[in-house]
Ligand binder design. Structure first.
Ligand SMILES: CC[C@@H](C(=O)O)C(=O)SCCNC(=O)CCNC(=O)[C@H](O)C(C)(C)COP(=O)(O)OP(=O)(O)OC[C@H]1O[C@@H](n2cnc3c(N)ncnc32)[C@H](O)[C@@H]1OP(=O)(O)O
Ligand SMILES: [Co+2]
Length: 135
């Protein structure tokens, strides 16, 4: 089941400048900065009520963020939903004909398992499923 709008991911070219800008815009400091080597991104997270903003900068030419910014301006890159059972939701979406970008859940930022749905199968929006990893 989808339970929450977990975060919006914003692709940025200059993470430090974007962090300053969003600190001022939101009136709150980020609560976390994390490098995710598997995605070749640096991230900065802000809490906004029960949801979050994730700023993402690519750290290599192979990064999805670097590739995105080579074609498009800075802006919304993906929408992430919290799910209660990521494997069950992946199986359900596959059965419904959505194109999943990873076969198994993978480790994301901020203590989550994640899976991406191709924007071409989701009305032009890159969708991320997230499930919190409980220790
Ligand atoms: C930090 C970890 C994690 C978290 O915990 O939150 C993250 O958020 S990581 C975020 C970065 N990682 C990813 O985005 C992984 C999933 N993405 C991908 O696998 C690829 O980016 C992609 C979506 C498959 C696109 O890659 P590719 O096919 O190589 O790029 P193209 O430029 O050729 O695009 C094809 C097609 O899709 C359109 N597109 C691409 N990205 C987006 C997007 N973010 N939103 C909407 N549409 C997108 C692109 O415009 C092309 O369309 P056409 O030009 O019409 O063919
Ligand atoms: Co994300």
């Amino acid at each position: 089941m989808f339970t929450n709008l977990e975060h919006l991911g914003f692709a940025v070219t200059n993470l430090e400048a974007a962090t300053d800008l969003y600190t001022t815009l939101l009136g709150v400091a980020p609560y976390k900065m994390e490098h995710v080597a598997s995605e070749a991104v640096d991230t900065v997270f802000f809490k906004v009520g029960g949801s979050k903003i994730e700023l993402l900068a690519g750290t290599s030419p192979d990064s999805a963020i670097t590739k995105f910014l080579a074609k498009k301006p800075e802006g919304i890159h993906h929408v992430a939903f919290e799910v209660d059972d990521i494997r069950a939701e992946m199986a359900r979406l596959k059965t419904e004909g959505f194109v999943l970008l990873n076969e198994k859940p993978k480790r994301g930022a901020d203590n989550k398992l994640v899976c991406f749905v191709h924007p071409k199968s989701a009305a032009g929006v890159l969708v991320e499923l997230c499930q919190t990893i409980h220790p």
